[in-house]
Write a protein that binds this ligand. Structure first.
Ligand code: SAM
Length: 226
């Protein structure tokens, strides 16, 4: 999918994740999946961590407005603002909420879920929404951007929280597209999913500048059709 127009002001580079190779790989994978996605007639499309908003806005441009509500949840308030701005710039309606992952959502409501997580293995542990907003308000710029990429042990701390919640929030016929790095052990993730009523596969991979990136497509192993 074509990358939507986005406009960073100088200070945004310190606080919001700028679209990079991982973003573009996810866009390419989603483009190839558009027919499969349309066939599921998604009512609710959610991106966790939309950052600049380009992935969510690109998806929104390919999904019928009357049918699909697109919404992003980002822990970073400036990423939420940037996603709104990208939405406006492209005339593509998406909502965005400053929230930590998906805790506030009712069960089995997400038809299409997308996540390009903080995937770099680091010592750093993740922070709560409150701590994140405090950091942001105390203008420790550069600090907030760390949470866009710092993934803790195996780069999986945030991703594993989503995977643990997946059974609760994914609709029976839902699809989940997840970007991972080789160091996140995608094969191990797939094995765990296969053992817990999901099935998944690697639908796209790319080696770029020392990173080996994967996009996984995940769905329930016994899905109901609409
Ligand atoms: C690697 S960036 C991806 C940004 C964008 N989706 C892209 O592909 O360019 C990860 C995003 O996840 C957000 N994020 C990190 N932890 C989060 C959490 N617990 N809840 C919601 N968003 C989170 C970050 O603020 C950041 O915007």
């Amino acid at each position: 999918m074509e990358t939507p127009v986005y406009k960073f002001e100088p200070h945004d580079y310190d606080t919001v994740y700028e679209p990079a190779e991982d973003t573009f790989l996810l866009l390419d994978a989603l483009e190839e999946e558009l027919d499969a996605i349309a066939a599921r007639k998604p009512s609710l499309c959610v991106e966790i961590g939309p950052g600049s908003g380009v992935v969510l806005v690109a998806l929104s441009k390919h999904l019928p407005v009357a049918q699909t509500h697109c919404i992003g949840f980002d822990i970073n308030p400036n990423a939420c603002r940037m996603t709104q701005k990208t939405s406006r710039l492209n005339g593509a309606p998406v909502d965005v909420v400053n929230m930590d992952l998906l805790a506030g959502l009712r069960p089995a409501c997400i038809d299409l879920l997308v996540f390009n997580p903080p995937y770099v293995p680091t010592q750093q542990t993740t922070v709560s929404l409150e701590e994140h907003i405090d950091e942001f308000n105390s203008s420790k710029e550069g600090q907030t951007l760390v949470h866009s990429w710092a993934g803790g042990a195996d780069g999986r701390v945030v991703t594993d929280r989503v995977l643990t919640d997946l059974h609760r929030i994914l609709a029976p016929d839902g699809l989940f597209y997840l970007l991972l790095l080789k160091e996140n052990k995608p094969e191990e993730v797939l094995k765990q999913l296969n053992e817990s009523h999901f099935r998944g596969s690697i639908i796209k991979e790319r080696r770029i500048r020392g990173e080996h990136l994967y996009v996984l497509r995940i769905e329930r192993s016994e899905r109901s059709t609409k």
